[in-house]
Design a protein around this ligand. Structure first.
Ligand code: BDR
Ligand code: CA
Length: 310
């Protein structure tokens, strides 16, 4: 599968990228780095660190947005992801020499490859900009997979909204209306994609790759941050990791097709809506909302890939 990833690494983005890079059936075509958990330069720097560890500096990093379309300045979340985005790991700017490609080059990638799938693990702004700039080429994208939204549970940045959809709800709605087929992994499902410290220790022990030294620091940092939010919680939810897993293993996910809309303004900004009065799929809908997944398989599959030798 040919995959373009829009991201804002971010601890859970980082593990998601590593999983995608190590997955034998995923070919990562590029990483588009935007504001979100950190500013876009830091996000690109973190992405470069991961590509370097993977020995894949040939994968292009693209220039994403630095703020939402509303023009307001972005909020970052150092209390969850650390000042520099990947917990205690500091990637000094300038450590890696890499070119940040113009966003327009994404269209060449989509034109050159058949059936490109896009996963968006961050705010929707940059991906929406791609639709604004070249709707015809974006129409060739086979599927969009968005980590975002929160249905039937509290949000994480407001009582009702999840961070990615809250960040730029106008852009999210644009993706929902123009994406050919859109899959959502919302917060109420990704919250169950828990990785514990113990799991991190096993990852380190069994890994035969250059990522092994970062598993424990980032997982422990993230788990500590979550334990402050949810006292007694063992581990932390790796939202973006589940989203990439869902791309690779759709048969292990349960989806319901329903039209989704996101509130753009006011107290409920970022809240995602779908009509759940009848729990049957709407055949007309091109939106597919994840309701659940096979957690046991997720753990095994993630383990197998994150420990893979490279
Ligand atoms: C989403 O927001 C970010 O903090 C995470 O990386 C994830 O993409 C969860 O709400
Ligand atoms: Ca993210």
């Amino acid at each position: 599968m040919k995959l373009l990833i829009f991201c804002d690494p971010g601890i859970d983005d980082a593990l998601a990228l590593i999983y995608a890079l190590l997955h034998p059936e995923i070919e990562v075509l590029g990483l588009v780095c935007s504001y979100g958990n950190v500013d876009k330069i830091t996000a690109a720097n973190n992405a470069a660190h991961i590509l370097q560890l993977a020995g894949r500096m040939d994968i292009p990093i693209f220039n994403g947005a630095e703020m939402p379309v509303s023009g307001e300045l972005a909020n970052y979340y150092p209390e969850i992801h650390g000042e520099d985005g990947i917990g205690p790991i500091k990637v000094k700017k300038g450590t890696y020499q890499f070119r940040i490609h113009n966003l327009g080059e994404v269209f060449d990638i989509i034109n050159r490859n058949k059936d490109v799938v896009i996963a968006d693990l961050g705010r929707s702004t940059t991906l929406a900009a791609c639709f604004l700039l070249n709707r015809e080429v974006m129409g060739k994208v086979k599927e969009l997979h968005l980590m975002g939204g929160a249905f039937m549970v509290p949000g994480n940045v407001t009582p009702v909204a999840e961070a990615n959809f809250f960040g730029d709800p106008t852009s999210t709605n644009l993706l929902l209306s123009h994406g050919k087929k859109v899959f959502l992994t919302p917060l109420n499902v990704t919250q169950k994609a828990i990785i514990t410290n113990e799991y991190g220790e096993a990852l380190e022990y069994y890994s035969k790759n250059r990522f092994k030294d970062i598993y424990i620091p980032i997982i422990k940092f993230y788990a500590k941050a979550y334990s402050k939010l949810v006292p007694g919680m063992d581990g932390a939810p790796f939202h973006d990791l589940l989203t990439i897993y869902s791309v690779a293993h759709p048969q292990r996910m349960q989806y319901l097709a329903k039209k989704v809309h996101v509130v753009v303004e006011g107290k409920t900004r970022g809240k995602s809506f779908a009509d759940f009065r009848h729990m049957d799929s709407d055949d007309e809908s091109k939106h597919h909302i994840a309701l659940g997944f096979d957690y046991e398989h997720f753990l095994q599959e993630i383990f197998q890939n994150l420990t893979r030798p490279i």
